[in-house]
Design a protein around this ligand. Structure first.
Ligand code: CUA
Length: 155
């Protein structure tokens, strides 16, 4: 088989580009701990509302400056609708869905995790700026998807 020199050159460029992108991906995964949500905790969507701690969604203090926040998603609302987070605290969010796939997103804090029924998604963030933040759903989940929002107040 005879491959033209120009073609060989571009095959090498393409291969080098793919290797470079893969190296960046590995670097991000290791250096920034940039990983997909764990999906290691499962829950029966039918019993979420009677299973602690999701039977009382909200903020739970776990240390001097750390909290766990439990959220339940359903068409078309978040529970809790309003959450107040102390300024400077680190919050681990645990989010699950009662029905369909939703997207748990706080755009101003770069929080974004997919919420899949049957699973508990987690994401952790430290809140350093005071203010009222919008919590959105970013997965199209039905006719009132655009009405699925809540607020998070940092103070
Ligand atoms: Cu929930 Cu879109």
């Amino acid at each position: 088989m005879n491959i033209h020199r120009a073609e060989t050159f571009f095959i090498r460029v393409a291969a080098a580009t793919m290797l470079a992108f893969f190296a960046i991906l590995v670097y991000l995964a290791v250096a920034d701990r940039f990983v997909p949500p764990s999906h290691q905790q499962t829950i029966d969507p039918a019993t979420v509302t009677s299973t602690a701690p999701f039977d009382h969604p909200g903020l739970v203090r776990t240390g001097p400056n750390t909290y766990d926040a439990y959220y339940v998603a359903r068409v078309f609302s978040w529970s809790p609708q309003n959450l107040t987070i102390p300024l400077g605290s680190t919050v681990t969010f645990y989010v699950t869905s009662l029905d369909v796939v939703h997207g748990f997103t706080i755009p101003d804090e770069d929080v974004n995790v997919e919420v899949v029924p049957g699973w508990v998604s987690t994401v952790k963030r430290t809140f350093r700026k005071p203010g009222k933040l919008l919590l959105l759903c970013n997965q199209y989940c039905g006719i009132d998807h655009s009405a699925m929002y809540a607020s998070v107040t940092v103070k």
